[in-house]
Design a protein around this ligand. Structure first.
Ligand code: AMP
Length: 218
């Protein structure tokens, strides 16, 4: 299964990606997680990405495309993958299409999580992320057992710099201006599947798997 997950920030891509990747036995490749990992370790890539990520802007395509090409060349991605947060504009989508066409491994589907803006702001402003394993929690909807501590690895939970209200607003603008056009791009190729991203996490996962099973014949 070669799958892309698309949707605005706060649609729950990261959470759903974990479930879907486990269900299909494929690696979950999140460009946001790769950038944050590099930022935490202060690598050259991390230092470059930080100024963009903290402002809610996209990291330049040249950097992001190379990073994704490299990640897709790893052994674990040869039998399939789930891309979360990439592509984020039509140029990235085009580069991905070329790379996959050259490898004769076209996409199976693009799953869009659809949600309205008011719900996004409520979700993102309460989101807390584990510094250690990147798991996501929410101060109201998905509380950890112990405040500020990750249920999965006991790591420290923090509020992402780019989950502040001002940066959320900018991320939504960037999504509308730059990312939304990829929906039409994939729809024209007959790859797009859209599901409402409302309800609880397991309900959305079941909806996603049912929609993918109906659309993807393998
Ligand atoms: P995410 O965790 O997917 O919300 O991504 C967090 C931030 O990482 C984004 O706001 C961007 O600054 C950067 N980023 C993630 N994916 C991409 C991408 N495909 N292209 C450019 N920047 C990206």
């Amino acid at each position: 299964m070669r799958l892309i997950l698309v949707g605005p920030p706060g649609a729950g891509k990261g959470t759903q990606a974990v479930h879907l990747a486990a269900h299909y036995g494929i690696p979950h490749i999140s460009t946001g997680d790769i950038f944050r990992h590099n930022m935490k370790n202060e690598t050259e890539l991390g230092l470059l990405a930080k100024s963009y990520v903290d402002r809610g802007e996209l990291v330049p395509d040249s950097v992001t495309n190379e990073m994704v090409k490299d990640r897709l060349s790893h052994a674990d991605a040869q039998a399939g993958f789930l891309l979360d947060g990439f592509p984020r504009n039509v140029l990235q989508a085009d580069v991905l299409r070329t790379v996959l066409a050259e490898a004769k491994t076209p996409l199976d589907a693009v799953l869009e999580l659809s949600i309205d803006d008011a719900e996004i702001i409520a979700r993102l402003s309460g989101r807390r992320t584990c510094r250690n394993c990147s798991a996501s929690f929410h101060t109201i909807y998905e509380k950890p057992a112990v405040d500020g501590i990750c249920d999965k690895c006991q790591g420290e939970l923090y509020q992402r710099e780019d989950d502040s209200e001002a940066v959320i607003t900018r991320r939504l603008e960037v999504y509308a201006e730059q990312t939304k056009p990829i929906i039409a791009f994939y729809s024209a190729q007959g790859l797009l599947i859209t599901i409402p991203a409302v309800g609880d996490v397991t309900e959305i996962s079941s909806r996603a798997i049912a929609a993918l099973s109906a659309a993807v014949v393998r």
